[in-house]
Design a protein around this ligand. Structure first.
Ligand code: ASP
Length: 314
């Protein structure tokens, strides 16, 4: 019998206690991953998730999140949602209350209001500063044209693909949290503000079930961070679970999925977090020389355990 446990990406390590406590009291994997993800969303130091996330090209934080239940394969997701503190909880309401899987933009905001989800300002001094310095660099002046006509001019002058390829990899990220509870149920939560300075309306992989998030009690849970366009094209999270179902171990499955991403020969990097139904875990990155870290905590442990994953480079 496996002890209930919870795992998360690098930025979730300090918050796994919350989910582990829920699991330790017999709570569900879904509640555990949601509770931990909410704390990451609340962390103003994290510039890629929830409050403090770097905004889009217009200076507006737009958030994506999804949550999936491995017992029923029910899922809830929101994309490009603005002005709500906990997109993961809006996604959870979609899973619980909504006949749909994915709601975006104004529709997601309308639904969040209907469900009484907490609204609030997501900007911080740091996120505003990063945005201001981007505008200053782009235009060599400090002022932001209120009409925002400059965005069209800017992107045209750069070329959309070239501009996106050049966006710094250090200003984006995502949180992935996965858990198994005492009933053997698995859940997976993903939340992000997406690629910093992204084109308005751009959805990444995080709210796309099968790309950035997937789980199935029979096999395990999988989620991604990195340039979401890659995992959307390669269906990475679903593929990872498929590879487990085919009999590969977590490490072999992660290698294979990351190799598929390399085969796209595109810009940006991809990372994944994977656990199987026996409690084995791995994280992987396509970046050579970067340590791939994830955190593991069983429900009786006093501290999370730092685990080093693998690098998969061509
Ligand atoms: N996967 C996220 C996205 O593409 C961002 C990231 O993890 O860096 O929106």
């Amino acid at each position: 019998m496996i002890q209930p446990f919870i795992i998360g990406t690098r930025n979730a390590g300090a918050f796994l206690h919350a989910g582990a406590a829920i699991l330790g009291q017999g709570g569900s994997a879904l509640d555990a991953v949601e509770a931990t993800t909410r704390l990451v969303e609340d962390n103003p130091e994290d510039t890629s998730v929830g409050t403090g996330g770097i905004p889009n090209l217009l200076g507006v934080p737009e958030l994506d999140a999804s949550i999936m239940c491995g017992r029923t394969l029910r899922s809830g997701a929101v994309g490009a949602i603005k002005g709500f503190k906990h997109p993961i909880s809006v996604a959870r309401r979609v899973l619980e209350e909504c006949p749909h899987v994915l709601l975006v933009a104004e529709g997601a905001e309308r639904f969040a209001r209907m469900m009484g989800c907490e609204a609030g300002d997501l900007e911080t001094e740091t996120s505003r500063r990063v945005y201001r310095s981007f505008v200053a660099d782009a235009f060599e002046h400090e002022g932001i044209d209120e009409s925002q006509a400059w965005v069209v001019e800017y992107v045209r002058s750069q070329g959309l693909r070239e501009w996106y390829a050049r966006l710094a990899d250090d200003h984006h990220g995502t949180v992935n949290v996965q858990a198994m509870d005492a009933d053997g149920n698995v859940a997976c939560a993903v939340s992000t503000s997406g690629t910093a300075l992204k084109f308005p309306g751009r959805l990444g992989d995080s709210p796309i079930i099968g790309a950035g998030n997937y789980c199935d009690n029979r096999y395990g849970a999988a989620a991604c961070t990195g340039r979401g366009e890659l995992s959307m094209r390669a269906s990475t999270a679903r593929s990872l679970i498929h590879f487990l179902a085919e009999g590969l171990g977590v490490e072999a499955a992660a290698r294979r999925a990351m190799k598929d991403v390399h085969a796209l020969s595109s810009y940006g990097a991809m990372n994944c977090l994977l656990m199987d139904a026996h409690g084995n875990t791995v994280s992987a990155t396509t970046v050579s020389g970067r340590e791939s870290i994830h955190w593991f905590m069983d429900c009786h442990a006093s501290e999370p355990q730092r685990r080093v994953g693998i690098n998969v480079t061509p």
